[in-house]
Design a protein around this ligand. Structure first.
Ligand code: WTA
Length: 679
């Protein structure tokens, strides 16, 4: 595939864009970092405040040597995020009849939609239910639900009454749910009876029951469990299907829900008589909005805390500029709401802008491999946001399933979650977007709340694989091991020098861990944990987690770099590289490669791959071992678990905690295929 070094924004995209040139971006950027109070103050003015935030908006300390780390934006301002994303749009912007979400179910025939006015009513009813169950401001509520509109309703209802939501991705195990309930001290759990992932029935209530039992065993008793009936309900359109006319699996699977009458309550019973009006709880901008757990290097997940005001203005602003949002767009983010991408760019960011989104319950290749492209055509999606792992998966099936659908509505393509290798970037650009859609490779983290490095579609000349430049208010730097800032072309630790509005405020219940994880290594900076390279033109390239860096004969290499080289080979669909002990070099490269359908793993192929890596990076990066990997161990959010691969490479069967693994069956196969290591 020909690889352009740079991709300028297409003139037709720049023409109507909010930020239509690099100069304009630069001008706004300079202002945003030099005068953050004025810059964000103007943005905050667009929102509804009971009490406007006082100046200066920002107070902080980023330096552990000078005292406690703290970040405050707009403290003293009083608002409500739910009011801003719903009532304000309906009353001020007259968007009541506009569709907020098109819901597309697991089966192509299942769909429904909800307007802003309908969503507000649902949220108010459920907020009243939560209040009647005794939930008040500051209480924590755990949410463990499939991708349904009620998940959004539950989170916004919490936000409306000032309760703190803690959403646990519905793919997590009972053990993980229990751990998160205990850590956040939740008194109430919201879940559903079950749902389908492709062909597979997930009995969610049963897993929730197990989690609550585990909590009981630890002497922690969740008092209430509200259960949404999703399997049996038929208010969702099933295009003529009903319980007596399969194949609507969801309808047929009804009636198996386990029940604890002293604790469990049906959602539909509770909302039936609840009022559709609910006065919001007016919150300080720095009141806690939600907790979201993210994996930590010690193994115990960290409860990342975000607060109301800063998160609201930052997710709204990034959404508007990064996807160049306009009123007639239909936007689709494929992430699950259980992850930060679903919080910021499926719920809060799009709703704050009054956008229409697709909320998809299903899987990318179910029931067939062109499902994604079919959905894009069905709803005329104009802005599409997905992850490199999905792109690589779809790429495996070639161009034909994509081309079966027109995709003419597409304007901008986004990616997030891991470094995107240039090969996948180019396929996304050339095949999916037919070269007319700019790609926004957005780098950010659960901790950053929103995009921190990203192109702007009408302004940034992109380079395949680079997240390009900082968003407004974000000041990146690259440090060496001694903590010195590196100028110009450089590679090292990616850090940020000052807070933007949506940076996390603490680790729930563990301020010490917050300071140690993010601020201790390099005093004065927020440390991302990612490696990064700045090229001669000032573009930022994420090289992968710093803990995925390896040192071969004294040279620092990034696993992502080597993976990128491997997947450039036409036989390779995906690659994962780990460091492996080596008696002379210290560490060497052990590579796992997944081949495209119809390709064979041969000695000739491994020789070619070694040459390819040598050519792309240099002899120092020549892989020592290349192993055939029909499947890779991934977390449910699609991240490759390199820790597990390192153990497999060493033939060490003690894999530690693998509860976040999506599919454990790949492990056995990988041990079988292990390279024989001969001295
Ligand atoms: C990685 C997801 C390269 C990175 C929003 C980061 C990326 C971690 C990108 C956070 C990107 C995310 N390019 N790497 N565009 N986006 N990452 O908390 O290593 O699930 O630190 O947030 O994903 O993952 P998290």
């Amino acid at each position: 595939m020909s690889s352009p070094d740079v991709c300028p924004p297409p003139p037709e995209v720049s023409a109507g864009a909010h930020i239509d040139s690099y100069e304009k971006y630069k001008e706004l950027y300079e202002r945003s970092v030099q005068e953050p109070n004025a810059f964000w103050g103007e943005i905050a003015n667009d929102f509804y405040w009971r009490v406007p935030p006082p100046q200066p908006l920002l107070r902080y300390n980023f330096d552990v040597t000078k005292g406690k780390i703290f970040i405050e934006w707009m403290k003293g301002g009083v608002t409500n995020i739910c009011y801003n994303v719903l009532d304000r749009n309906i009353h001020e912007k007259k968007l009541g009849d506009k569709v907020a979400f098109y819901w597309e179910g697991n089966e192509p025939a299942e769909s429904t939609s909800v307007t802003y006015a309908e969503l507000l009513k649902k949220v108010c009813r459920f907020a009243n239910v939560l209040r009647s169950q005794g939930v008040t401001k500051g209480d924590r509520v755990s949410i463990y639900m499939p991708m349904v509109i009620e998940l959004v309703v539950a989170m916004l209802a919490c936000a409306r009454i000032g309760a703190i939501h803690s959403i646990v991705f519905a793919g997590f195990s009972a053990e993980s749910l229990c751990e998160r309930i205990l850590d956040s001290n939740c008194s109430l759990l919201i879940t559903a009876d079950g749902f389908f992932r492709g062909d597979k029935l997930i009995n969610l209530k049963q897993i929730a029951d197990e989690a609550l039992k585990k909590c009981d065993e630890k002497n922690y008793h969740v008092e209430r469990c509200i259960v949404l009936k999703h399997l049996g309900r038929d208010e969702v359109t099933c295009d003529g299907m009903n319980k007596t006319s399969p194949p609507c699996k969801r309808l047929c699977a009804d009636g198996q829900t386990s029940w604890n009458p002293s604790r469990d309550l049906w959602w539909h019973d509770l909302v039936k008589d609840a009022s559709a009006e609910c006065e919001p709880e007016w919150c300080d901008a720095e009141d806690e909005l939600f907790i979201l757990y993210t994996s930590g290097s010690t193994g115990k997940p960290k409860g990342v805390v975000h607060t109301v005001g800063g998160y609201m203005i930052f997710t709204a602003t990034t959404f508007k500029y990064v996807f160049d949002y306009h009123g007639d767009d239909v936007y689709w983010c494929t992430a699950d709401i259980g992850w930060i991408t679903g919080h910021s760019y499926l719920t809060y960011g799009p709703l704050a802008n009054g956008a229409t989104s697709v909320l998809f319950e299903g899987l990318p290749i179910y029931p067939d491999i062109s499902r994604m492209w079919q959905i894009i055509d069905k709803y005329n999606v104009s802005k599409f946001y997905t992850a490199p792992t999905a792109i690589r998966l779809l790429m495996k099936y070639g161009e034909e399933p994509v081309k079966r659908h027109s995709r003419k509505s597409l304007k901008i393509l986004g990616t997030v979650g891991e470094p995107i290798n240039p090969e996948a970037w180019l396929w996304y650009h050339n095949v999916v977007g037919e070269k007319r859609c700019p790609i926004v490779d957005t780098f950010w983290q659960t901790e950053t709340g929103g995009h921190v490095l990203t192109p702007l579609p009408g302004a940034t000349v992109t380079k395949p694989g680079s997240a390009t430049f900082p968003f407004f208010g974000v000041v990146p730097a690259i440090l060496n091991e001694s903590g010195e800032e590196l100028e110009g072309e450089a590679e090292g630790y990616l850090v940020f020098k000052q807070p933007w509005p949506a940076i996390m405020r603490t680790v729930y219940g563990n301020r010490q861990r917050f300071e140690t994880t993010y601020f201790k290594k390099f005093p004065g900076y927020y440390v991302t944990g990612d490696g990064c390279r700045r090229d001669k033109d000032g573009y930022y390239w994420i090289t992968g987690r710093i803990d995925d860096m390896l040192n071969v004969s004294g040279h620092l290499l990034s696993t992502a770099e080597v993976e990128s080289a491997l997947v450039e080979h036409s036989s390779v669909a995906e690659a994962a590289v780990v460091s492996h002990p080596h008696p002379v070099k210290g560490e060497c490269l052990y590579c796992f490669v997944t081949l495209r359908d119809g390709h064979e793993f041969t000695k000739k192929l491994t020789d070619q791959l070694k040459i390819l890596v040598r050519e792309k990076i240099g002899p120092i990066a020549t892989p020592d071992y290349i192993q055939n990997a029909p499947g890779l161990p991934k977390t449910r959010s699609g991240k490759i678990m390199r820790r597990v691969l390192r153990k497999i490479a060493k033939n060490d069967h003690d894999l530690g905690d693998i509860s976040t693994l999506a599919d454990t069956s790949v492990i056995h196969q990988l041990f079988e295929n292990r390279c024989q290591i001969v001295d």
